[in-house]
Write a new protein. Structure first.
Length: 288
């Protein structure tokens, strides 16, 4: 273990080696996906840039901090590993970086997925030109591989009507639209998780379409396909171990199973103390 100072560009997770040594890089930290979020807004226009810079530095210091923007509401969100983590982040912003910001209420980051595979065809007509029409056909399905979300193009997709230089732009725009739908979630607004979308067909009834047209059409196609496939809300559930005295055991078990929707998985005894293992929805553990 060593200490160093004056390092201007070093960030959490970097590997330091002596000059002249072969390049060496240790594997970075594996950070679990954070599930607690809070909104943040600068107290005034003059504080917007300091808040933005402070959030940038926080992410460089702590890889488990995620800062994102909800594209539909425009809110800036800070996501962390737990209540205490978010309280520390607030404290550093206010007392270390000296920024003035307003924080919203803390909430749990739910996710969404689909219940079954579904093929969907979406036809979009540009409002400013009724002759400008694009059609997208895709298949949305649950993905049990553990990936957050993924996108692919069918091997037999027919794009012979598109100019060779245009094909890559169309596919990239469609992928961007699908990824936007994954991030924003629909209809509940929770980001999608464990979902795969395969593009099977694209057609256009005119020579060329703007990149934004394909992106918008793919976004809407993914959202509506998810609704028809059946959207399921995923709630984070935690493994909990409670250390309980004999005199409080009955009350704790009742609280866990009735009030907090927990499921007791087992108990063990060590002298006069009992250890209770349970699975409990994270929402019910806020403030516990």
């Amino acid at each position: 273990i060593a200490a160093a100072f004056g390092l201007q560009e070093t960030r959490t997770g970097d590997t330091l080696v002596l000059m002249g040594n072969p390049l060496l890089r240790f594997e970075g930290m594996q950070v679990p996906e954070p599930v607690f979020s809070v909104s943040i807004v600068a107290e005034s226009r003059s504080q917007e840039e300091p808040v933005e810079l402070a959030l940038k530095y926080l992410q460089q210091e702590d890889p488990s901090v995620v800062v994102s923007t909800n594209e539909e509401t425009g809110q800036t969100l800070i996501t962390g590993m737990g209540e205490l983590h978010l309280e520390i982040i607030k404290d550093r912003l206010q007392n270390h970086y000296k920024v003035k910001a307003i924080f919203g209420e803390m909430y749990i980051a739910y996710r969404a997925t689909v219940s079954e595979s579904h093929e969907f065809e979406y036809r979009y007509t540009l409002p400013s030109n009724e002759n400008e029409i694009v059609e997208i056909t895709l298949v949305i399905s649950p993905d049990e591989s553990g990936a957050a979300c993924s996108f692919s193009v069918a091997e037999d997709i027919d794009m012979s009507d598109f100019h060779p230089d245009q094909r890559r732009n169309v596919l990239d725009s469609v992928e961007e639209g699908v990824e936007q739908a994954f991030t924003n979630g629909y209809p509940a607004g929770f980001p999608f998780h464990n979902v795969h979308v395969e593009l099977t067909d694209v057609t256009a009834e005119f020579d060329s379409a703007a990149i934004s047209t394909w992106r918008f059409a793919a976004n809407q196609a993914t959202r509506q396909a998810a609704i028809e496939a059946g959207v399921l809300i995923l709630e984070p559930v935690m493994d909990v171990t409670l250390e309980v005295g004999e005199e409080h055991l009955r009350w704790v078990l009742s609280d866990m199973t009735t009030r907090r929707r927990g499921a007791i998985e087992g108990m063990s005894v060590d002298k006069h103390v009992k250890f209770v293992n349970a699975k409990v929805p994270l929402k019910e553990l806020v403030g516990y």
